[in-house]
Design a protein around this ligand. Sequence first.
Ligand code: GLU
Length: 384
Amino acid sequence: MPFSERVKGMRPSSTLALVELASKLQQEGHKVISLAVGEPDFTTPSNVIEAAYRAMKDGETHYTPPLGIPELREKIAQKYREENKVNISAENVMVTPAKMAIFIAITSLVNPGDEVLIPDPGWVSYPEMVNFAQGKNVEYKLDEEKNFRIDLEDLQEKVSRKSKVLLINSPSNPTGGILTYEDLKVIRDIVVDNRLTLISDEIYEKIIYEGEHISPGVFEDLLPYTIIVNGFSKSHAMTGWRIGYLIAPSEFIPQLAKVQQHTISCAPSMAQYAALKALEEKESIKKMVTEFRRRRDFVYEELSKIDRIRVNKPKATFYVFPRYEFPIPSKELAERILKEKFVAVTPGSSFGKNGEMHFRISFATSMENLQEGIKRLREFFSSR
Ligand code: GLU
């Protein structure tokens, strides 16, 4: 095969692979309940769709400036200033899909052999992106006993002379944990003392049930070391639009922009106009989060009743990450659950070593699906 070692070594995204497998089984006539992929089951708010439609009708179907349309960059900066108390302006913003933003940040910063500190358990694509950049993944632990807070001592110990980037994700996929102000203070010290670059993935910012989201950008002395990544996929049910952004020190932007220019050129023009409208949305987010909370409570309570499962109540996101108590690896567990009960869950090992003996459930699906899915999980676990 003619492929590069970097691509051959890459593992497929298990969050997305399961969507494929579940849809294949569905086509074969099985009633599959998918609790695998993390995307809101809601449709994008209709005024957002209309804004994109109007923009297209008005001829906004061309390239935009690589960094994004000026009015969107301005509005994103305003959002971060007002909602997140992060002191930035439009020149700090580059509009790009959020996954792309992380990819651009990692590939722009990491030289071969540089160490990148990533959360374990953590989202499946971080280590693959680091590998692609020929960096070295150094996993730091999220402590299940402390509701998946970062084990700060472990993090401190993992910092070395080769550390280049620290990546944090709060609220966290897959654990649903949130970093506190106190956690962020320690993180600030680690980043500033060691002159690391912090990548803060804040994509689940709006999906919170307890506690609050604090961006590390609130620390003035940390901001010159920080790249914030956020987007509209989760907050506004806009996964298909591929629209998000990064916020970085202004002197970083020309470097990051080069990667954007030579890959996707710019984010989709119509999606940028949709995002402009989305930033005015408050009500639809509130409704969505109220519904997610109802589902979270249901899923948590029902899972807690199943023997051989231990579950932390997520404070945020639409994921629960239960630990199961019998001795098969999580990949095998997920396969068995899918083949025997036609329920798709994501194996915990996809999220790192500390994710083993767990599985992830996404409750971003209808209550009806959740009821049926959990019923089947109960049958599965009680037949062991
Ligand atoms: N981030 C979501 C998940 O973890 C969507 C799929 C992906 O981008 O990985 O399921």
